[in-house]
Design a protein around this ligand. Sequence first.
Ligand code: DC
Length: 204
Amino acid sequence: MVVAIDGPAGAGKSTVARAVAGALSFTYLDSGAMYRCVALASIERHAEPALVAAEVQISLGERVLLDGSDVTEAIRTAEVSEAASKVAADPAVRVAMVAEQRRLMSSGDWVAEGRDIGTVVMPNAEVKVYLTASPQERARRRAEELGVSAQTVLAEQTLRDQRDITRADSPLRAAEGAVQLDTTGLTLDQVVARVVALIPGQHS
Ligand code: DC
């Protein structure tokens, strides 16, 4: 079974997806980490993102490994966030990442989060959720995570949202059949309970 959780940065996708995966004993897939790895490798190797995407070995788990090196923290910098948003607009990069995500999810039970899981990667996912929150709330959460000011995050977030929403290839939008869930003012437990309740055979 696949539970697809899409939505903009800061809507709470990572925390929620991780918690839902834990509650159900499903495997968590952070697709954004893959785009971040391509961005980091492209910066470090001065190489075209499309070439990097075709060659890199990305391993997701407790730690994120890029060609065997631990890049768990290195992919979370502001520089890589910005670069990831750009490489994610490259169709050749997306083809490679989507193929890898489908390969991973071809068997087993998954909670996958990203921007296009329900629309492109797994349009037949049994459960699709589109998580949102107000821009201010999303910036506040991200700022807390990164230890920087909400104002800086809000400015960068607006730019990245714009790029993710307006890009030609797989723009960020709610998938057909997705349940939209606004997490503004909800606690993590409340959000997790609502998502878990959508899964056939689960009671919150
Ligand atoms: O979720 P995140 O911030 O780690 O994602 C990093 C970038 O990758 C972000 O700009 C959106 C993009 N992305 C994407 O285009 N498709 C996905 N499935 C996941 C992330």
